[in-house]
Design a protein around this ligand. Structure first.
Ligand SMILES: C[S@@+](CC[C@H](N)C(=O)[O-])C[C@H]1O[C@@H](n2cnc3c(N)ncnc32)[C@H](O)[C@@H]1O
Length: 546
């Protein structure tokens, strides 16, 4: 079944551990959070596109900050997650209003990429005449778009837009920043970062100057491991993570951070420019290549948005090619996938590539600094035992919009490698673990989200992103709990039974959940709370109240 990471398989260790589990509370909370799931599933309510999330977190602290600039970007990697009860302690030791918001305009925002397009076209490459670099509708970052039809700014394109199969960009080998020992299968390469750093130092003298100058102007401080200590403490609190601790919610402690990889493994120098090169390298899509124009595209796996497939060089000397997989209309954005596998061993052809890499939604957040829209893939590693007798289990699932009916969300348990989806359904121990985490997250929200003192210790961007990710966690956990079929109507009937109005609200929510949440291909309504389809032989007996 799911990969276990050591520990014992005896059920006793955690049978005792869950004896104080309050199943009723989980049921109430899961039902209450249904509203979030429904809200998040609305096309404009996903709250993960930057714009939507910022509107729910409005404050009067001015425009979007750039985060720290290179010179001041010295945040160290630090653990320090706190339990809910200790949440208020995360302000201790932080300078009050530690971060001055930068008002200066982000050079990246006004960049139109015309120098880069000319450079590629003049050097044996090809940029589709209807493609342009432009501002994402969130107003926060750039992306690749199809030119509109007309004479105005962002226009000048033709009615055809970009047609299915067209080359959007072909970047010759010579214009790609790459390591000397390039291999199509390589995914990590110190030499590649050293080369990027060398080009950063050369600046205008670099043979890649138009690209290098764009990269050097990218905003800093967007990737969680680059956040300020205060932002990291908030995130670690949300994740229930302590230093050197494998436990807690994903993403796991970033072992491939700046210090561990660039300083220690790559023996790189610790300068602001080197730090910038490192983070630019890790937050671009291609593993060991820096590909101009192509890697200015933003990410989405939403089937309505994702409209390209890329072909990376099989061997040194070949160009990098990005093609459209459908007609892309004037004004539309070009999307690539940062975690969909471009070339997996099990893919027959690039065109059929629909599989995902190991990077799920939490890894995208960790590496690229944003919460992807649906479909999302989640992987929750959980210790179902205790510190002395760990019992590791993992729950994988995909959370997607259901376009076939009301637009609710669909949970599919398992991952790329699932042979028997039934085997991947959550068991009661998973439900207990996630239920506890859900309650903890709700409590953190209640106690901290309106705490101006904590908010003022970090850049607005970090504060907003931490809560956006918190929301994504609550949505995904709620959806998994509801789709598990293990929080049945009899539990919900019991929950709050001495409060009629709550009962009615639960009934109403349950009805809505029946209509909108589906677990796997089965209708979860039909799964009773006694359904043991997800249980392992090693699983514990359900407690009486469940
Ligand atoms: C490879 S760059 C893409 C180009 C970049 N947007 C720009 O302004 O030049 C990757 C960065 O773009 C942003 N990004 C990409 N896709 C995004 C998305 N779907 N939502 C929010 N930010 C996204 C993130 O900041 C990410 O680290």
């Amino acid at each position: 079944r799911r990969a276990k990471r050591g520990g014992e398989s005896s059920s006793w260790g955690w049978m005792e551990d869950v004896s104080d589990f309050d199943g009723d509370a989980v049921a109430i909370l899961a039902t209450a959070t249904l509203e979030r799931v429904l809200l998040a599933s609305k096309p404009d309510g996903g709250a993960y596109d930057g714009e939507a999330s910022s509107s729910s977190l409005t404050d009067d602290r001015g425009d979007e900050p750039r985060g720290e600039d290179i010179a001041s970007s010295t945040a160290s990697k630090e653990g320090g997650g706190a339990k809910v009860g200790e949440a208020s302690s995360i302000v201790d030791g932080s300078a009050p209003v530690a971060v001055e918001e930068e008002e200066e305009e982000d050079a990246n925002i006004s960049y139109d990429g015309s120098d880069l397009v000319a450079w590629i076209n003049d050097n044996g490459g090809l940029v589709h005449p209807n493609a342009r670099i432009g501002l994402d509708p969130t107003g926060r970052y750039r992306g690749v778009f199809v030119k509109g039809v007309g004479e105005g700014e962002n226009e000048g394109g033709t009615e055809d837009g970009i047609e299915e199969g067209d080359i959007i960009v072909r970047v010759p080998w010579d214009l790609i920043i790459k390591p000397k020992d390039y291999s199509v299968d390589g995914y990590w390469n110190c030499e590649a970062i050293h080369e990027l750093h060398r080009q950063f130092v050369l600046g205008d003298e670099s043979k890649y100057a138009p690209y290098v100058n764009y990269l050097k102007n990218q905003p800093r401080g967007r990737i969680p491991s680059e956040w300020t200590d205060a932002g990291k403490r908030l995130l670690h609190t949300i994740l229930d993570r302590r230093e050197d601790d494998d436990e807690g919610l994903p993403p796991e402690n970033n072992k491939k951070g700046y210090e561990e990889t660039w300083i220690t493994e790559c023996k790189g120098e610790d300068t602001p420019l080197a730090r910038a090169a490192f983070y630019q390298f890790t937050s671009r899509d291609e593993d060991t290549l820096m590909v101009p124009f192509y890697d200015m595209s933003n990410h989405s796996n939403d089937p309505k948005k994702l409209n390209t497939i890329s072909q990376k060089p099989e061997r040194p000397g070949q160009p990098f090619v990005l093609r459209s997989t459908r007609d892309i209309r004037p004004g539309e954005q070009v999307y690539i996938s940062y975690n969909r596998c471009h070339r997996c061993w099990f893919d027959v052809s690039y065109k059929d590539c629909v599989s995902y890499s190991f990077y799920g939604t939490s890894d995208v957040f960790d590496i690229f600094g944003f919460v992807e829209d649906f479909p999302q893939t989640w992987k929750f590693n959980m210790n179902l035992g205790d510190e002395d007798r760990p019992l590791w289990d993992e729950l994988n699932f995909c959370l997607a919009r259901d376009d076939t009916n009301s637009g609710g969300l669909v949970v599919t348990f398992g991952d790329n490698y699932t042979r028997d989806p039934d085997e991947e359904s959550p068991n009661m121990a998973n439900v207990v673990y996630l239920g506890r985490q859900l309650m903890r997250l709700a409590e953190i929200e209640a106690t901290m989200k309106n705490d101006d003192k904590v908010m003022e210790t970090m850049p607005k961007y970090e504060w907003e992103m931490a809560w956006t990710y918190h929301q994504a966690l609550m949505t995904s956990i709620s959806a998994a709990l509801l789709a598990s079929g293990l929080i049945g109507s009899d539990v919900q009937d019991q929950a709050g039974s001495d409060d009629d109005s709550e009962d009615k609200a639960n009934d109403q929510n349950k009805r809505e959940s029946d209509e909108n949440i589906e677990g796997d291909s089965e209708d979860w309504k039909e799964q009773s709370s006694n359904d043991d389809s997800g249980d392992d032989s090693e699983d514990w007996d359900e407690p009486d109240e469940l």
